[in-house]
Design a protein around this ligand. Structure first.
Ligand SMILES: [Zn+2]
Length: 702
């Protein structure tokens, strides 16, 4: 099998390599035009304004053997259409099915971009236009290939008039309506043709030639020539829940963490955190799970003091699985002489007295590093978004210091690993200051560290996270701390996040690493702020909007009750921001049909019967086929303002992202006023946090 991947820029080595191959194919197979196109390709991808179209490049790759084919398109969002410029394979290396798979992907994305269709040129199969039988044979094969998808030349125009009289094989303009059956209007076609000739053939087609071709589009709607080859592939429209592999979030979940379980009362960093999150993520279609791989210890010792690393391993072996060591002697005055006794020495490497060295802490922490590196490697393979779901967390671990539930700094290790290939910024969104990354990278200017956190005057770790800590030496100006007060809501947080992202954007990172703490939400046992799931979604969206690849590494977050939905909120927001579209519904509900039972999530068990009654009266989710078939826009029916319904509404509006087209119907007199006639951004803000305690099944009306 091969994978199809969209390439956004030429920053990562894997992308540069793919672009080089594409350039080679262009120059080799299209000698007349290819060399110039090839040279311009990297700039076309990163600087659309200069070329008038937004270039989109897809490559099909097989294993490690490189590019087996590519498609290069131009997107015009205003008209809106996609122009397919090249679909080609390396000579002699054509893999079966590559062309069809690439073209299917082009059509799919054209649909998602809301295009009326795909336009492209094909050389003619009319003997009068293509006199050479060998050339004509190839032209026929190409037209036959596209006709199977329903794409046919536009008939009855002068598009195939050679610019230089006497030239053979002038191209047809071919149109694919993407299976919509919607005829192409004449005026629309004229605008498209003008855009193609004026922008793509800038300097080639004189103005009077362009005008002559545009004027030749007379029929309304535009007529396509009848099918000539009699084959048709049935192309299923993509399911609304289907996400192409390269647009999924690479997810690596640690598989060796449960052995590290501190049973002390109040030790909230517990194994259930991982299962709570994983359960929620698996309900969505956004993730592509990748098992953790093993990485050498040199990745750890690249940042952590080898003395600490080997001490940590040895002391864990010594205490055994049933016991743990709490530091109790702190030899601060004489760092040159670590205590000989292993158990006494703990305080030599420690910043607090509540993080024990358990028998299994080392293997669990080591596996978390493996996971963070596996996810980082997915980014180097060209994946846009990756998430390392790990524990124990790492962002408090400094070069030779553990504490705050952290032993190895997973985030910093992954960031350093990525920094060997790209310019990396770290954004720490945990409630607590990311003192680990700050200390580790304090003197480096090649990795920017930014942290938004509770002010150290009242929040752990108390000794760092102040605004005047800006880095030192070469690193001066490359650390930004945004300490916030004890009470912070979503709006105040977003203001700080805006400042953080401004700084990150000025740094122009090629990869962003996010240390994701979910302890910023209301009622987290270790925090004081009041962010909601909708806030997390909005924050994720802002981060995704930066437009560079993002690796998310899990840090804190201890309110197990909504930990999973909060992680999902942030990550689906990140996805929406990164790909500029709304995240599809989870599988189970997208397949819902009238009369089927779908889960209704209810916060207060006592409200469940009422919620069920209201849903039975006609509550229909935006994703539900009833809504999709009967209303042009998604509809959310809202009863008399019960919290369960508002929670549902927030899910529809914020998490799923139907937001821009959200319509609120049904009994408007019962709606809280502010919900009426508003866009989703405001709706999100007005909602209570989603704290979904349990699910009840509700019968929908047929
Ligand atoms: Zn934290």
């Amino acid at each position: 099998m091969f994978r199809i991947r969209r390439i956004y820029d030429d920053i990562l080595p894997v992308n540069r390599e793919a672009i080089r191959t594409v350039q080679g194919i262009l120059a080799g197979q299209f000698p007349a035009i290819g060399a110039e196109e090839a040279a311009a390709l990297p700039e076309r991808l990163t600087n659309p304004a200069k070329h008038g179209f937004r270039a989109i490049l897809y490559v099909a790759e097989k294993g490690n053997t490189g590019v087996r084919g590519f498609a290069l398109c131009y997107h015009e969002p205003d008209l809106p259409f996609l122009y397919l410029d090249f679909l080609a394979s390396p000579l002699g290396r054509t893999s079966r099915g590559v062309g069809g798979a690439l073209y299917a992907r082009v059509r799919r994305d054209a649909r998602e971009l809301g295009c009326v269709g795909v336009f492209f040129e094909c050389l003619p199969d009319d003997p009068a236009l293509s006199p050479n039988p060998e050339t004509r044979r190839q032209n026929v094969a190409r037209l036959r290939f596209y006709e199977r998808f329903g794409a046919r030349p536009i008939a009855g125009t002068r598009y195939e008039t050679p610019v230089k009289p006497g030239t053979t094989d002038p191209p047809y303009l071919v149109f694919d309506d993407l299976g919509s059956g919607v005829p192409l209007k004449r005026d629309h076609a004229r605008q498209v043709v003008r855009a193609i000739l004026e922008r793509k053939y800038r300097g080639v087609c004189p103005p009077d030639y362009v005008q002559m071709v545009v004027d030749s589009f007379q029929g309304d709607p535009v007529r396509l020539r009848p099918p000539r080859f009699g084959e048709r592939v049935t192309v299923e429209p993509p399911s609304p829940t289907e996400v192409p592999t390269d647009h999924r979030i690479a997810l690596t979940v640690t598989d060796n963490h449960a052995i590290h379980h501190v049973h002390e009362q109040g030790y909230v960093e517990s194994p259930v955190r991982i299962s709570a999150i994983v359960r929620e993520l698996r309900k969505t279609v956004l993730f592509d799970e990748r098992p953790p791989r093993r990485y050498s210890e040199r990745h750890v010792t690249a940042l952590h003091d080898p003395g600490w690393v080997s001490y940590f391993r040895r002391v864990c072996e010594r205490v055994g699985p049933e016991h743990s060591v709490y530091p109790y002697v702190f030899p601060l005055r004489n760092a040159a002489r670590p205590p000989r006794e292993l158990e006494v020495r703990a305080g030599y490497y420690c910043m607090d007295t509540f993080t024990p060295l358990t028998g299994n802490a080392y293997p669990a922490a080591r596996r978390a590093v493996d996971c963070a590196l596996t996810a980082a490697e997915a980014i180097l393979d060209g994946t846009r978004l990756a998430y390392a779901l790990v524990r124990p967390p790492g962002h408090h671990a400094e070069q030779r210091v553990f504490g705050g539930f952290c032993y190895f700094n997973n985030t910093a290790i992954a960031a350093h690993f990525l920094s060997l290939h790209a310019r990396v910024a770290i954004l720490d969104l945990d409630y607590h200051h990311g003192n680990g990354q700050q200390q580790i990278f304090y003197e480096r200017s090649d990795i920017l560290t930014v942290s938004i956190h509770g002010h150290p005057n009242f929040a752990f770790p108390y000794f760092s996270g102040f605004a005047d800590e800006r880095g030192s030496g070469n690193g001066h100006g490359f650390n930004l701390n945004l300490p916030l007060p004890e009470e912070v809501d979503g709006g105040a947080y977003r203001a700080a996040l805006g400042r953080a992202l401004d700084r990150v954007a000025r740094f122009r990172p090629q990869v962003l690493v996010v240390a994701l703490g979910l302890d910023t939400v209301r009622n987290d046992p270790t925090g004081t702020w009041s962010l909601t799931a909708a806030d997390l979604h909005a924050n994720g969206r802002l981060v995704g909007g930066l437009g560079c690849p993002v690796l998310v590494v899990q840090e804190g977050g201890y309110r197990v009750r909504n930990l999973g939905s909060n992680a999902r909120s942030f990550l689906s927001g990140l996805w929406s921001g990164a790909f500029g579209r709304t995240a599809p519904r989870p599988n189970h509900s997208a397949r819902g049909s009238a009369g089927e039972r779908i889960p209704l999530e209810v916060e207060e068990p006592a409200l469940a019967p009422q919620a069920a009654a209201i849903a039975g009266e006609g509550a229909v989710g935006a994703h539900h086929p009833v809504a999709r078939h009967h209303h042009r826009d998604p509809v959310v029916a809202v009863g008399p303002g019960h919290r369960p319904h508002r929670a549902r509404l927030a899910e529809e509006a914020g998490l799923v992202g139907v937001a821009p087209r959200l319509a609120v119907r049904d009994r408007p007199q019962h709606l809280p006023d502010p919900l009426l006639e508003r866009g989703a951004a405001q709706v999100e803000r007005d909602l209570e946090p989603l704290e979904l305690a349990r699910e009840v099944a509700v019968e929908l009306p047929p």
